[in-house]
Design a binder for this molecule. Structure first.
Ligand code: F6P
Length: 517
C-alpha cells in the first residue's frame, strides 16, 4: 500500500509534545523555518527528526524536485486540462524566464499589469470618470470563488492602505447584497468590475446583468462603456456582453481561478490601494516563490507546511485542519484557503484516474482569534478529535493600540501553551490533555509584501501536497455536475407542479410553490 513506511512511523510514534520539549530543549529553535518575512515555528507538533526524515523520503519517492521543476517550467502539470499552472509568472519581474509552449509569457503579463496600473491611476486621479464626469467613489466587484475570495481577502487585509474608491464585493446570486448596495450607492459614481475567468458563471453573469440594468436605467445604455469593466480569458463573451474594448482586462488559461488574485482579477484591489501597493503584494509572493523553488525541504517553509499536513492526514487519518489568524483583517483567510486547499486537493483519483486508497485534502476551517477561543477552542482543548492548527500573529499592529495588540499576542501564545501542555493538576471535567499540535506563524506586520508571501506559501503547500498524494490540484471537475443540474431545477421551479411529487426535489419544489407569496 502507498505510504507503508509513513503509516508505520505513525504507528510507532509514542511521543508527546511535552516529552519532546523535555528531552530536547533545543527543539525551540530546531523546528523553525524563516522565509520572505514569515517565521514558521512547528516545534509544537508530533514531530521528530526521524519523522521528518521519513517525510522527506516520501517527497523523494514522489519525485518532488522533478515535479517542482515541471511546475516552474510551465509544463502541462494540469494534466486533465493539458495546461500549465504558471501563477508564479504573474508576480515575477519582466526579466523572468517563465514560458508556456516554449514562448515567454512575461511580455503579455507585464503589458497587462501596466495596462491595469494605467487604468487604476486614471480612476484614482479622476482622469477617467463616469458618464456624468463625476469621479468614481465606489467599485462593485462581481465575481465568485477564485474571482472573489482572493481580492476580497486582500482588500480587507490591506485596508490601512486603501486610499482610493471603496470596493464592495458581491459574489452570491442571493440578490440581497446587491439590493442593499443599490440602496446606498450612486450610479453616477459607481464602477462595476465583472470578474469571471469563463465569463459564463451563472451567479456572476446574473449579477452583472442586474448591475448593467441599474446603470442603464439611471444613465442610459451609453454608460456601460465607462461604468463597466470586465476581467476574463473569454474575449468573445465579453464582446457579447457589450464590454467596451478599452474596458477589459485579460488573463490566461494557465492561471487557475483560485491562483488568480495576482492577475487582473485583482484590479478592484489595485484601484483601491494603488498600483505601487499591488506591486508590493506581487513582490512578496515572488520572494516566497524564489524561496520555495530553490530551498531544500528541511528549510523550505511551504514544504514543511505540506509535510505536517500529510503527516496528520495520511499518517493519523486526521480529517480537518484549522487556520486561526490572530488578526481581524485576516478573518477572510480561512474562507480563501477553503477554496485553495479543498478545491485543489479535494480529489479521490490519482493522475492516471485510478481511485486512491488513502485520504487527501483535510477539511479546512477557522476564524480569527481571539474570537475562535470563544467559539470552537473548547473542542481543541477537550474534544475527542485532534485538530492541527495554523496560528498567524503579527509582532506589530497596524491601526490597533499597542495595549490591544499586547493582549491579542498574549492570548495567542497562551493558547499555544495550553494546547501543547494542557493542565497538570486538574482531572475529569477540568482536564485538558494537551498534546494538541499547532504551528505558530509570526511576521512583523501585515504589509502587502507579507500578505503576498503568506498566500504564495499556501499555494506551494497545496502543490506539494498534490505531489505527495499524486493528484492534480489544478482542475475542479467536481463542480460541474451541480451547475449542469441547476438549469433543470430552475425550469421545474418556474413550472407550477401539476402531478404528485415523485422525488425529494419535486416534493421540495411543491412545498415551496405552495408557500410562495
Ligand atoms: O467553483 C468552480 C469555479 O470554477 C472556481 O474554480 C472558480 O474560481 C469559480 O467557479 C468562478 O469561476 P469564473 O472565474 O470562471 O467565474
Amino acid at each position: 500500500m502507498a505510504f507503508d513506511s509513513l503509516l508505520q512511523a505513525a504507528d510507532d510514534f509514542d511521543h508527546t509534545i511535552e516529552g519532546l520539549f523535555q528531552s530536547d530543549p533545543n527543539r525551540i529553535t530546531r523546528y523553525v523555518v524563516e522565509a520572505a518575512g514569515i517565521c514558521m515555528d512547528y516545534s509544537r507538533h508530533w514531530m521528530t527528526d526521524a519523522v521528518r526524515a521519513e517525510l522527506f523520503k516520501q517527497l523523494e519517492l514522489q519525485q518532488f524536485d522533478t515535479q517542482r521543476e515541471a511546475l516552474f517550467a510551465g509544463e502541462a502539470v494540469n494534466t486533465t486540462e493539458s495546461r500549465a499552472a504558471l501563477h508564479m509568472a504573474l508576480r515575477a519581474p519582466s526579466t523572468a524566464a517563465f514560458t508556456v509552449d516554449g514562448r515567454s509569457v512575461m511580455p503579455e503579463v507585464h503589458a497587462e499589469l501596466d495596462a491595469m496600473s494605467g487604468f487604476s491611476d486614471a480612476i484614482r486621479e479622476g482622469a477617467r470618470c463616469g458618464q456624468t464626469n463625476r469621479r468614481f467613489t465606489d467599485v462593485i466587484h462581481l465575481g465568485i470563488g477564485g474571482s472573489d475570495l482572493g481580492p476580497a481577502l486582500v482588500y480587507e487585509a490591506l485596508k490601512p492602505w486603501v486610499d482610493g474608491p471603496r470596493v464592495h464585493f458581491i459574489s452570491n446570486v442571493d440578490g440581497a447584497g446587491l439590493s442593499d448596495l443599490f440602496e446606498i450607492l450612486d450610479p453616477e459614481t459607481t464602477l462595476s468590475v465583472v470578474v469571471s475567468k469563463s465569463f459564463t458563471t451563472e451567479e456572476t453573469m446574473h449579477n452583472a446583468h442586474r448591475v448593467r440594468s441599474w446603470l442603464t436605467d439611471a444613465l442610459g445604455e451609453e454608460a456601460i462603456a465607462s461604468h463597466v469593466v470586465a476581467v476574463s480569458t473569454n474575449i468573445e463573451a465579453m464582446d457579447a456582453f457589450g464590454i467596451h474594448p478599452e474596458a477589459r482586462f485579460r488573463f490566461w488559461d494557465w492561471v487557475g481561478g483560485r491562483f488568480s488574485v495576482w492577475s487582473a482579477v485583482g484590479l478592484s484591489v489595485m484601484i483601491a490601494l494603488g498600483a505601487e501597493r499591488f506591486r508590493e503584494l506581487l513582490a512578496g509572493a515572488h520572494a516566497m516563490d524564489q524561496h520555495f523553488q530553490t530551498t531544500a525541504p528541511e528549510h523550505n517553509l511551504p514544504v514543511m507546511m505540506a509535510l505536517l499536513s500529510a503527516w496528520y492526514v495520511t499518517g493519523f487519518g486526521i480529517e480537518t485542519q484549522a487556520v486561526v489568524p490572530y488578526a481581524d483583517r485576516l478573518a477572510k483567510l480561512p474562507a480563501y484557503l477553503q477554496q485553495l486547499e479543498m478545491e485543489s486537493n479535494g480529489k479521490s483519483v490519482d493522475h492516471s484516474g485510478q481511485r486512491l486508497e488513502y485520504d487527501t485534502a483535510p477539511i479546512v476551517w477557522g476564524d480569527a482569534g481571539t474570537n475562535g477561543q470563544h467559539a470552537f477552542f473548547q473542542l481543541f482543548h477537550q474534544g475527542t478529535r485532534v485538530v492541527p492548527l495554523d496560528l498567524w500573529l503579527a509582532a506589530n499592529p497596524i491601526g490597533s493600540p499597542q495595549a490591544s495588540h499586547q493582549l491579542l499576542m498574549a492570548n495567542c501564545l497562551a493558547q499555544l501553551d495550553a494546547l501543547s501542555f494542557g493542565t497538570t493538576e486538574a482531572s475529569g471535567h477540568r482536564e485538558c490533555p494537551g498534546n494538541r499540535p499547532a504551528t505558530l506563524f509570526l511576521f512583523e506586520s501585515l504589509t502587502p509584501e507579507v500578505l503576498g508571501a503568506v498566500l504564495a506559501a499556501y499555494e506551494h503547500k497545496v502543490f506539494t501536497l498534490s505531489v505527495l498524494w499524486d493528484i492534480n490540484p489544478f482542475d475542479q471537475w467536481g463542480v460541474e455536475l451541480g451547475k449542469q443540474l441547476c438549469g433543470g431545477v430552475l425550469k421545474q421551479l418556474k413550472t407550477p407542479q401539476s402531478t404528485e411529487p415523485q422525488t425529494a426535489t419535486e416534493r421540495a419544489i411543491g412545498w415551496i410553490q405552495a408557500h410562495q407569496r
